[in-house]
Design a protein around this ligand. Structure first.
Ligand SMILES: Cc1cc2nc3c(=O)[nH]c(=O)nc-3n(C[C@H](O)[C@H](O)[C@H](O)COP(=O)(O)OP(=O)(O)OC[C@H]3O[C@@H](n4cnc5c(N)ncnc54)[C@H](O)[C@@H]3O)c2cc1C
Length: 396
């Protein structure tokens, strides 16, 4: 049994780490790498982030797994996973939607026009997408989405509302699921569209979350989309959405932030205070640290099972559900333990000079709740494990 990466994969990890060490010297490195807060928090559209993404593109790190005929490197998907592990380890922006679900779906199903318009721009990091799936009444049960697309001359008229569209406030294009057939069974009447975000009939309202992750409500009021911007075949949107989830198995959840957080917490609790005693000297703190260390190792094994299954071309639905459920809950337990151990100072926000680790743990306590909801809530993951792994009937 070998849980390790092969020589080429290890060489790639080394190369990425060296690149990130170089980036650390950039004058605006602090705007790119944010180890105090995991990468998800870096969702702002800053010049530093853009420059960093362009550098990823220049080095060929975008489209690593795309076929060569579309400008990719034709490498196995595991390289994208390894890249994201290293990016998230230092809190840098991850490679995401463009090369992931948008690019991969266009490669498989897009028209020649959409391919030639979008793929080269994605590879050059010239374009930012927002994903418009969730609606007020369609989240876990996404196939219930109701945003209307009505047939008009040469295209479609879109009307309705989306919820929790991350990056809508700075994205250039909207990758949007809408209902094109109201009479068909719910999974069969959905189509995918591409539309520019910057138009007067699209209204964006920010939603501030408890973890300071800004997401958005988006309202579409008679927004016209030409036939050319329907992705793939009409009414096949559900299939494409599910397929895109499969492409992203490799890159979905990175393990390194958990590892880095535990390391940082151990160092913080082991530091000697003025009275020469460290918090980690207390027996109950040592006991919990030891237990969390084992749990972090367990989380790594669950993550490796996802990567292993995906690299064998299996769809690791159950492995991914177990990994997401366990890791997101572990992130919460870690933050909970940090606040228990740090005492009242641990509750101080970033900006307060007395806040330990620049308020990282206070923030982490709030932010980790979001991870148990986005990309499929914990209850949904438990349902997947119960039904598909344990063969238990679905009950409400
Ligand atoms: C930070 C963040 C960013 C996001 N970004 C995006 C984005 O960019 N684009 C996008 O389209 N969406 C995005 N989402 C939306 C996300 O995918 C949904 O929040 C998620 O799928 C849950 O849907 P919901 O919020 O409608 O909750 P609901 O589905 O209404 O669920 C409410 C509660 O009921 C539980 N529940 C639901 N169904 C079942 C069931 N069958 N059995 C047991 N319990 C159940 C859920 O677990 C949850 O606790 C984002 C969400 C967050 C938190």
């Amino acid at each position: 049994m070998d849980f390790d990466f092969d020589a080429d994969q290890k060489a790639f990890i080394k190369e990425v780490r060296e690149f990130l060490e170089d980036v650390r010297q950039w004058p605006d490195a602090a705007d790119i790498m944010c180890p105090e807060r995991e990468s998800d928090s870096i969702l702002a559209d800053t010049p530093a982030r853009k420059r960093f993404n362009r550098e990823l593109a220049r080095r060929g790190y975008l489209g690593l797994s795309w076929p060569r005929e579309y400008g990719g490197q034709g490498r196995p998907g595991i390289y994208e996973y390894l890249l994201n592990e290293e990016l998230s380890r230092v809190g840098a922006p991850l490679i995401g939607k463009g090369v992931g679900c948008v690019g991969q779906t266009l490669i498989r199903h897009g028209s020649d026009k959409l391919k030639s318009e979008f793929l080269p721009r994605i590879l050059k990091a010239e374009i930012e997408f927002a994903l418009g799936y969730t609606e007020p009444h369609a989240g876990s049960d996404l196939a219930a989405l109701r945003l209307r697309a009505d047939r008009v001359e040469n295209g479609w008229m879109l009307n309705g509302q989306k919820m929790f569209t991350t990056s809508a406030h700075f994205a250039d294009w909207y990758w949007l699921a809408a209902r094109t057939d109201f009479d068909a069974p719910k999974h069969k009447g959905i189509s995918l569209f591409l539309l520019p975000m910057d138009q007067p009939r699209i209204t964006i309202h920010p939603i501030e979350t408890m973890g300071e992750h800004v997401t958005n409500q988006v309202f579409l009021d008679n927004v016209f989309v030409g036939d050319d911007y329907v992705v793939g075949e009409l009414n096949k949107g559900w299939l494409y959405i599910c397929e895109a989830l499969d492409y992203e198995r490799f890159t979905f959840y990175t393990f390194s932030p958990l590892e880095e957080k535990l390391k940082a917490l151990r160092a913080l609790l082991s530091a000697k205070a003025d009275d020469r005693r460290a918090i980690a000297d207390r027996p109950h703190v040592r006991r919990r640290l030891a237990r969390l260390t084992s749990e972090v190792e367990l989380s790594k094994m669950l993550q490796r099972r996802v990567v292993h299954a995906a690299s064998q071309n299996r769809v690791p639905t159950i492995e991914a559900a177990m990994c997401k459920l366990y890791s997101t809950s572990l992130h919460q337990r870690l933050a909970d333990f940090a606040l228990d151990s740090l005492g009242l100072d641990g509750l101080l926000h970033k900006g307060d000079p007395k806040a330990p680790a620049v308020g990282k743990w206070e923030w982490s306590y709030r932010a980790t709740a979001l991870d148990t909801i986005g990309a499929g809530s914990s209850e949904v993951q438990r349902n997947i494990i119960a039904r598909r792994h344990l063969d238990l009937p679905l009950r409400f």
